[in-house]
Design a protein around this ligand. Structure first.
Ligand code: NAD
Length: 367
């Protein structure tokens, strides 16, 4: 990744995911490797509240007290500010078109190496308390306007400005051993990704393949994979239709495959420093900071997606899957080491299924 060789831990129940990621890593290791770029690190939080009254007066109130609202969080943000983070923007959003009397405080944060959920939620709850207190005392408000009702204060897991891009590219003609196969492969690959851009049924499975890689590394790094998944799927549907997260193109005889995903993850906080295996995983990756971990996770997603689409447009997905699954089936039948060896040799040229494996073992055991 960006010229460095890394070992990436994955925690997942599907063994073929690890094999596919390794396969893609090996493939790209001789073609320039992966690049990864941080496009932004902004996190989002909202105070959702009801204000019954003159909208103009609420906007004036907000402008008058914005500094006081922010100052009320000084104690909470002190350490984060000294690390270069903190609250970066605070605005009032009128959502009364959608729900009568509904407004938001929209708050933007930089949380450095933390995912930031607890920090953000603490800031938001403080802002909410201060909002109510200031409104209750505001001389220009009527009694109804003074009675702001805070519905909830919570971070958003949709972080479109906390984005990372991973990419691979190489001349089309070096993709496969022959130039002819390479051209055909690149064209089919691009078609497959275009289908996932326009066809939601395919897009969901295409993105599931990306999440195979992303979830596995997010989980191994002790991060919140539900938060990551919710944000990524929201991004995939941001145009109003659920679409592929990755893009592929051939331009000037160069094949390029890339992925953009929003990722709010941390290398401090949560259980990142507490869980012994998680701590070990961070060491395995070279103790990355949050931005480096974002890059690693995005690359794992792209590698996984590359491997899946590559098999889909060439051999089909089942060949690799069933080869991996062969060992699981053999273990279910308590196969001995010599039976496993014989089965691996046999299934080099034969189709793997529960039934064919059972038949072969029966034959081996009867001779
Ligand atoms: P946290 O509160 O455990 O730790 C983060 C804290 O570490 C920071 O607030 C800061 O005080 C400190 N810190 C030390 N060095 C730092 C550095 N270099 N950069 C930044 N901060 C540094 O963790 P968190 O990140 O606030 O929250 C993550 C946890 O919150 C996750 O486990 C997640 O599951 C959970 N959570 C998620 C949601 C959600 O996603 N909706 C809601 C609530 C809680």
């Amino acid at each position: 990744i960006n010229g460095a060789v890394l070992t990436i831990p994955m925690a997942i129940e599907e063994s073929s995911v690890v094999a596919a990621a390794s396969n893609a890593a090996k493939f790209w290791s001789t073609k320039g490797g992966f690049t990864a770029t941080i496009l932004g690190t902004e996190k989002v939080g909202q105070v959702h509240f009801m204000y019954c009254g003159d909208s103009q007066k609420l906007h004036q109130f907000f402008e008058q007290y914005k500094t006081a609202l922010l100052a009320s969080t000084d104690e909470i943000t002190h350490n984060m500010r000294s690390r270069g983070g903190g609250i970066t923007a605070l605005s009032l959003v009128d959502k009364s078109d959608a729900i009568t009397d509904y407004y938001q405080l929209d708050v933007r944060f930089e949380t450095q190496d933390a995912m930031g959920a607890n920090f953000i939620n603490s800031c938001l709850e403080q802002l909410a308390t201060q909002l109510k207190t200031l409104a209750a005392k505001h001389p220009d408000f009527s009694e109804k306007e003074k009675a702001i009702e805070v519905v909830m204060s919570i971070l958003s897991n949709y972080v479109p400005n906390c984005m990372v891009e991973a990419a691979v590219s190489c001349p089309v003609n070096v993709l496969l051993p022959t130039v002819e196969d390479s051209k055909l492969f690149a064209e089919k690959f691009v078609q497959a990704v275009r289908i996932a851009e326009v066809e939601p049924f395919r897009a969901v499975t295409h993105n599931k393949g990306i999440m195979n890689g992303i979830d596995a590394v997010v989980m191994a790094s002790g991060n919140d994979f539900r938060a990551v998944a919710a944000g990524i799927h929201a991004h995939a549907a941001a145009s109003g239709q659920y679409r592929s997260l990755s893009k592929a193109e051939i331009k000037d005889d160069v094949f390029k495959f890339s992925l953009r995903v929003p990722l709010a993850i941390g290398t401090v906080g949560g259980l990142t420093k507490l869980h012994p295996l998680v701590r070990w995983c961070h060491e395995l990756m070279g103790t990355p900071n949050a931005q480096e971990l974002m890059q690693i996770v995005a690359v794992a997603g792209l590698a996984q997606n590359f491997a899946a689409v590559k098999s889909l447009v060439t051999t089909g997905i089942q060949q690799g899957h069933m080869k991996m699954h062969l060992l699981n089936i053999l273990n279910q039948h308590q196969a001995t080491e010599s039976e496993k060896k014989a089965a691996i040799a046999h299934f080099k040229d034969n189709t793997v299924s529960h039934h064919t494996v059972a038949d072969l073992l029966a034959k081996l055991r009867n001779t």
